[in-house]
Design a protein around this ligand. Structure first.
Ligand SMILES: Nc1ncnc2c1ncn2[C@@H]1O[C@H](COP(=O)(O)OP(=O)(O)OP(=O)(O)O)[C@@H](O)[C@H]1O
Ligand SMILES: [Mg+2]
Length: 268
């Protein structure tokens, strides 16, 4: 192995090898390899049902794999649960964002790890401190200002603001190593999409490698360094974004180079 290649290999923050996952009789993932380098955004693409969400659920501890191994910073790990993956610095923002609509942004950022002060033998939530810390985090790390919405319940926030609150919650812990986002732009308008893509680049620039699933190849090309393509549960290609094209990626997604055998209709 030459030195340049070796250095690149040493830059992997996450590697998955030979991941296989069955749901009953259905093989959702078949011997999938995947890697994420330090300081990169990796796009994960594929048609509906290709296995994208299943793969990231395995990489975030939601499901165990039936076969294969995962290396975090070159050490083999068994991700026992979502909580366990979080404790190792693997954070995720799922499509539904999982915010509590009736709570304000800062309370959502600190959900499950609230700051409290002891007083007369009891713990009281330090709302002022949480608000200051959360708003500072959003402003300094993500360049997001909530303005008049800073104390409002998050159901009043725009889609893009909600997205940034969900990201804020994922990244505020110091030890975050990887952020995974499943379709962050799916429900957003053009302006908010632009902001979210900018946010992803900001995270990368802060040294947080990001895995992004998206159907829209414009978005993937706007934000990623590399792209992994899944097709019917198989990994069919990894490309450097700068050296690839939407046509090439689309070809991999739909399997354009393969000869399809179309079953005749009417027979089950
Ligand atoms: N919990 C589950 N139980 C049974 N089958 C599942 C489960 N989750 C996913 N599958 C199946 O596994 C396959 C891969 O699904 P997955 O959700 O990973 O695809 P995807 O690439 O994320 O698709 P989409 O773009 O539609 O979100 C599909 O055939 C799906 O129906
Ligand atoms: Mg999915």
């Amino acid at each position: 192995m030459n030195d340049a290649k070796k250095r690149q290999d040493e830059d992997f923050v996450l590697e998955a090898r030979g991941i296989t996952k069955n749901f009953g009789g259905l093989r959702a993932l078949d011997n999938v390899d995947f890697s994420l380098r330090r300081g990169e955004v990796m796009g994960l693409v594929g048609d509906n049902g290709a296995g994208k969400s299943t793969l990231i659920k395995i990489l975030t501890g939601v499901y165990p794999a039936d076969a294969g191994e995962i290396l975090l910073e070159r050490q083999p790990v068994t991700l026992r649960s979502r909580q366990h993956a979080k404790s190792l610095g693997i954070e995720a923002v799922y499509q539904d964002l999982a915010l509590v609509d009736t709570l304000e942004a800062s309370a959502n950022v600190f959900l499950g790890s609230e700051i409290s002060n002891p007083l007369l033998g009891m713990q009281f939530l330090d709302n002022a401190k949480m608000r200051t810390e959360a708003l500072n985090l959003l402003k300094n790390k993500l360049n997001i200002q909530l303005g008049s919405n800073r104390k409002a319940p998050v159901f009043n926030l725009s889609g893009g603001q909600k997205q940034s609150v969900a990201i804020g919650r994922a990244i505020y812990r110091e030890h975050i190593k990887i952020l995974v986002m499943d379709e962050p732009t799916a429900a957003l308008g053009p302006e908010e999409t632009e902001k979210t893509l900018h946010l992803i680049r900001t995270l990368r620039d802060h040294g947080i490698p990001v895995i992004v699933i998206a159907h829209n190849l414009e978005h993937v090309f706007a934000v990623s360094e590399r792209i992994t393509v899944l097709r019917r549960g198989r990994m069919v290609g990894v490309r450097s974004t700068a050296e690839s094209s939407k046509t090439e990626i689309l070809g991999l997604i739909i399997g354009a180079e393969e000869k399809e055998v179309v079953p005749s209709s009417g027979k089950a």
